[in-house]
Design a protein around this ligand. Structure first.
Ligand SMILES: Cc1ncc(COP(=O)(O)O)c(C=O)c1O
Length: 365
């Protein structure tokens, strides 16, 4: 009988599965820890909006029916909020799915995809699935080096992914840098601005949706998983020219976003108060964690998102394991070639405090 490894496509054989943050349930079960907090996956520690919870409950009675495959009312609401047409929006089962739809629609085998590294791993997986060729450009000061990304472009390049703010560093590229990049990038290349943490960023943040309006081949990605607190439902979306969305819809699963998720996302968009509260919590948590890291003599990367990359100057994996025993789940980032760092999500004040107490204990500070 043939070995399974000989049956699979060679480009799949080399893909490392995406390592998700460790679930709370696993830590409780495996380590017997009763109280566990998760600061590993950049979720919103405030939880979902109460309005979204009510909408989900109301939607439950209808789950015998398939969802609206076109996510009509969600797109209508997003279109109104963003000042775009409904036909310029594609809704996905998380932005993760939209990323896969993008590579499946546009990437031919051997075509190049330019990404920054350390950067979001899903771009690599999506590229490899399509037998694309990944070109990684190093970050500069933990930030996308757009000049280097431009230099990495060849006549084989099809796609460029720019996570703004970046994961796992939390850094952003500003309006002027992006403007320069868009002026120089050849116009047949598709530029994806992944703005999963958009709502947390401030300062001179680029308004990227307008590029598609100007006829550029850009796709802007946003999500309900972060500030909207709906990561467990899986809803994300992309904004691009209508013609691009039409092509991507050819391969989108017909019912990719479930009924409960669509209802919750619509309601979440109406809850401005919840978003506002989440921003305030994040800003205060950021200040607290910076102050504590400073006091401990730890260096960190200043963030434009809801997580902080901190340099602990010893094995991140080891400290991560020790923190698990304290009931704190953070993210080791050795798989991003950052072996001496941890990525920690900014959570509620009590959780941030518990994390700092546990970190001091395991670092012997
Ligand atoms: C940069 C970036 N893009 C996309 C995603 C995925 O978001 P979603 O939950 O919408 O699939 C994440 C999640 O961590 C992310 O960090």
């Amino acid at each position: 009988m043939k070995n399974i490894r000989d049956l699979i496509r060679p480009n799949i054989a080399n893909i490392l599965p995406y390592p998700p943050g460790k679930p709370i349930e696993d830590v409780k079960r495996e380590l017997g820890v009763k109280e566990v907090i998760k600061m590993a996956s950049n979720e919103n520690a405030l939880g979902p909006s109460p309005k979204a919870v009510k909408a989900m409950k109301d939607a439950l009675a209808g789950v015998n029916l398939y969802p609206d495959g076109n996510s009509y009312y969600l797109k209508q609401k997003l279109a109104e909020k963003l000042g775009v047409a409904m036909e310029e929006i594609i809704v996905g089962n998380g932005t993760d799915e939209v990323i896969r739809i993008i590579t499946e629609t546009f990437l031919n085998p051997g075509e190049e995809v330019v990404v920054a590294w350390p950067g979001f791993v899903i771009y690599s997986i999506a590229t490899n699935v399509m037998s694309g060729s990944l070109k990684r450009t190093p970050l500069k000061n933990y930030t996308h080096d757009l000049e280097a990304m431009l230099n990495a472009v060849t006549d084989k390049t099809k796609l460029v992914f720019i996570a703004n703010p970046n994961n796992p560093t939390g850094t952003m590229v500003d309006k002027d840098e992006v403007e320069m990049f868009m002026k120089k990038i050849p116009e047949d290349i598709i530029v994806v601005f992944d703005e999963a943490y958009y709502e947390y960023a401030n300062g001179n943040f680029p308004q990227t949706i307008r590029y598609a309006k100007e006829g550029k081949n850009t796709i802007v990605l946003r999500t309900f998983s972060k500030i909207y607190g709906l990561a467990g439902l899986r809803v994300g979306y992309g904004i691009a020219q209508k013609e691009m969305v039409t092509e991507m819809n050819r391969i989108r699963q017909p019912f990719n976003v479930n009924r409960v998720a669509q209802s919750a996302a619509i309601a979440a968009l109406d809850d401005k108060e919840h978003v506002e509260k989440s921003i305030v919590m994040n800003e205060e948590g950021k200040k607290y964690l910076y102050k504590e890291f400073d006091a401990m003599g730890l260096e960190y990367v200043r963030t434009s998102a809801n997580f902080i990359l901190v340099d602990i100057k010893r094995s991140g994996k080891e400290i991560y394991e020790k923190l698990l025993k304290e009931g704190v789940i953070v993210r080791p980032v050795d798989n991003y070639d950052l072996p001496n760092f941890l990525r920690v999500t900014i959570c509620k004040p009590s959780e941030n405090k518990k994390f700092i107490g546990s970190l001091k204990k395991v670092l012997g500070k």
